[in-house]
Write a protein that binds this ligand. Structure first.
Ligand SMILES: Nc1ncnc2c1ncn2[C@@H]1O[C@H](COP(=O)(O)OP(=O)(O)OP(=O)(O)O)[C@@H](O)[C@H]1O
Length: 284
């Protein structure tokens, strides 16, 4: 399959009041069309910085990022972002919030009816048909987040970017929305890149988990291929030994092996032995 998003030799530095700060260095990653990739790493390592670069909200200080063979030079409708805090306009209904995005992208080439249909379909996909004419203050946190996902998907992006989309939700709502996202991503085959702190979420949803080393100058430490068959069922996976092994590989990286790749080579990962169902790939 095609490499759809390509990140080549990317570095990101910031000039701060305390001097030059290198947040990311030597990031190389190619993501296939339809692939679900999670970015995981300790707080402050640079996950959002990397996602913002893919979104085109910032430009790299080194290297280049490409989406569908075109250099990413700014935000565009081919990439839609969902933030942890829904960022809905409070004076607009759910329908109007989604419609605004639909109008911006398709407004000059589709009829009013077609725009409304796109909006309605997107809200239907996230199970919010019944609440589409409510204001954000009239719905729950989980529902707001679903509107954010509907808004992102309604513009039919080539890449869906999720920055800890369920981070602010209670665990039951979170589980429910993860299952919805699994279903939606399977139905739409959208290429998805998600920042998360949640190991179970990453294993359940991902084709690959990209583990970042600690900052400053964070880079990719390891990449874990999740070869669990789809569709995935959370309950069935609970007693699956492969699931448990993937989970412990990520936890082990986060707890013991989150240093820079040069430091990591001193450790026995224990994960890419013949007995292991895991395929750990050294990113370098
Ligand atoms: N605009 C900026 N100016 C200066 N430093 C920045 C800027 N943006 C991010 N940083 C720094 O870059 C590093 C990475 O930040 P980033 O927000 O990407 O981390 P993160 O992994 O997403 O963290 P968290 O998991 O806590 O959300 C941090 O040290 C942060 O302080």
């Amino acid at each position: 399959m095609k490499k759809f998003v390509r990140i080549e030799d990317v570095g990101q530095s910031f000039d701060t009041r305390n001097g030059h700060f290198v947040a990311l260095r030597d990031i190389n990653l190619a993501i296939r069309e339809g692939e679900f990739v999670s970015l995981i790493g300790h707080s402050g390592c640079g996950k959002s910085t990397l996602l913002n670069l893919i979104a085109g909200l910032t430009r790299p200080t080194e290297g280049v990022l490409l989406c569908a063979e075109k250099e990413i030079t700014g935000p565009g409708p081919d990439r839609a972002m969902v933030f942890q805090n829904h960022s809905l306009l409070p004076w607009l209904t759910c329908f109007q919030n989604v419609h605004l995005a639909v109008e911006r992208v398709f407004g000059n080439r589709e009829t009013r009816d077609a725009l409304s249909l796109r909006t309605t379909m997107a809200l239907h996909m996230v199970g919010l048909s019944h609440a589409m004419h409510k204001l954000p203050k009239e719905i729950s946190g989980g529902m707001k987040q679903r509107v954010g996902i509907a808004r992102a998907l309604a513009i039919k992006p080539k890449v869906l970017l999720l920055d800890e989309p369920f981070g602010a939700l209670d665990s039951l709502t979170r589980v429910h929305l993860q299952d919805e996202l699994l279903r939606i991503v399977a139905a739409t085959s959208t290429t998805t890149i998600m920042v998360t702190h949640d190991v179970d979420e990453a294993v359940l949803l991902s084709d690959r988990i990209v583990m970042l080393t600690n900052g400053p100058a964070a880079t990719i430490g390891e990449i874990l291929h999740i070869n669990l068959p789809r569709p995935r069922d959370r309950m069935a996976l609970l007693n699956n030994p492969e699931y448990a092994a993937y989970r412990s590989a990520v936890l082990s990286f986060l707890h013991h092996r989150h240093g820079h790749p040069a430091d990591l080579s001193n450790h026995d990962t224990g994960a890419n032995t013949e007995q292991s169902p895991l395929k750990l790939v050294n990113a370098s």
